[in-house]
Structures are given as C-alpha cells and as structure tokens.
Design a protein around this ligand. Structure first.
Ligand code: 5GP
Length: 192
C-alpha cells in the first residue's frame, strides 16, 4: 500500500476554500477530512465529530503538553482550536489522502513540526482583489467598510506569503468544478 498524504488548503478568508473543501468532500468520500479540536461549546444542532471535536480546557491543555497537535490557535483571545496530530498521521499511514483547511499561521506551524514528505500545501488565490471584495460582500452584505478593509488587509498579508505553499490554484468566479479538477490533478500527480 502506498503512503497517503496531507493536503493543506490555504488562502485568504472569502476566497472559496470552504466551498472547495465541501466539493471535495462530496466527490471523494475516500478522502479523510479531520475535524478540529476546540474548547468552545457546541452550537445548537452541531454534532460532535463532524466539523469539531469538543474538549474541556483541561483536556485540551493535556493534549498540548503531550504534543498532540500539529498546530493550535487562540481565537478571539478566548477559545482554543487545534489540528490533532494522531488521527492525521494514522490516516496517512493507512494510505489515505487527508484534506485540511488552515490559515497561513497554521501552515507555518505545520511546516515546523511535520516531515515535508507527508504534506503539500495548496494556496487558493482570488483572481484579483476586486473579486475577493465582491465575494466577501456577497457572503456578508451587511459588513461595514472598516471590517471589510480589515479583511482585505489580512488577505493582502496572506497573499504576500503564498510562496510558502507548494502549489497555487486561482479561484475563478463560477468555476468550482475547474478548481476541484486542478486540486485533484495536484493530488493525483504527487500522491502516486
Ligand atoms: P468557529 O468557532 O466559528 O467555528 O470558528 C472560529 C475560527 O476558528 C474560524 O476562523 C476557524 O477557521 C478557526 N478554526 C477552526 N478550527 C481550527 C483549527 O483546527 N486550527 C486553527 N488554527 N483554527 C481553527
């Protein structure tokens, strides 16, 4: 059996990473999409084990001490989130393709602690800044100008670091199938 591989999907907020990952999930039930670990409480209707595994602060800290995470983040200075190491390494060892969405900070952490042969990063870029602005507003039409500018500035910062990734895929408008095909091509090309 050949070894599997972790594919990290990186890119600015609003670019369509979630849409891409959902499309891959629907098309490839054989891939593994690991849930995140978090200390936040489940929202109504949110089942454990799908997008999130829910941990107490003490459990999360114990896992951190045991080197149980590939990366963690403190979000809104309050709740902890993290990518669990063990289920991903087990899936890779079992020959699986693992798909994981992370931010640039997550990619940098994973680059520091995971053997390079085990993962590749794919950066999803907007075709241009104006398209990204439109997409963010489409999703959240009520967003005020200040918040929008903050998002666009952090997008600029992420895009300036896209060379940290191994591949780049442009997320053209209404071209989800083409984006999926490009990502499948990358996965096929290097996981064989
Ligand atoms: P929410 O609590 O609204 O589901 O997510 C809050 C934020 O946490 C989102 O920006 C999401 O991308 C981020 N997040 C979710 N899981 C992880 C993870 O495993 N690692 C990191 N670094 N961030 C995560």
């Amino acid at each position: 059996m050949h070894q599997g591989k972790l594919f990290l999907i990186v890119g600015p907020s609003g670019v369509g990473k979630g849409t891409l990952v959902n499309a891959l999930r629907a098309k490839h039930p054989e891939f593994y999409f690991p849930p995140s670990a978090t200390t936040r409480h489940p929202r109504e209707g949110e089942a454990a084990g799908k997008q999130y595994l829910f941990f107490s602060e003490a459990e999360f800290e114990k896992l951190e001490k045991e080197n149980g995470f590939l990366e963690t983040a403190l979000i809104h200075q309050k709740e902890k989130y993290g990518t669990l190491r063990k289920p991903i390494l087990e899936a890779i060892a079992a020959g699986k393709i693992v798909i994981r969405e992370v931010d640039i900070q997550g990619l940098i952490s994973i680059q520091k602690c995971l053997e390079k042969a085990l993962f590749s990063a794919i950066f999803i870029s907007p075709p241009d800044k104006e398209t990204l602005r439109k997409r963010i507003l489409q999703r959240q039409p009520e967003m005020d100008a200040e918040e929008l500018n903050r998002r666009l500035q952090s997008a600029d910062k992420e895009i300036s670091q896209k060379n940290l990734a191994d591949f780049e895929v442009i997320s053209e408008d209404n071209e989800i199938a083409a984006m999926v095909a490009q990502v499948e091509g990358i996965i096929d090309g290097i996981s064989k």
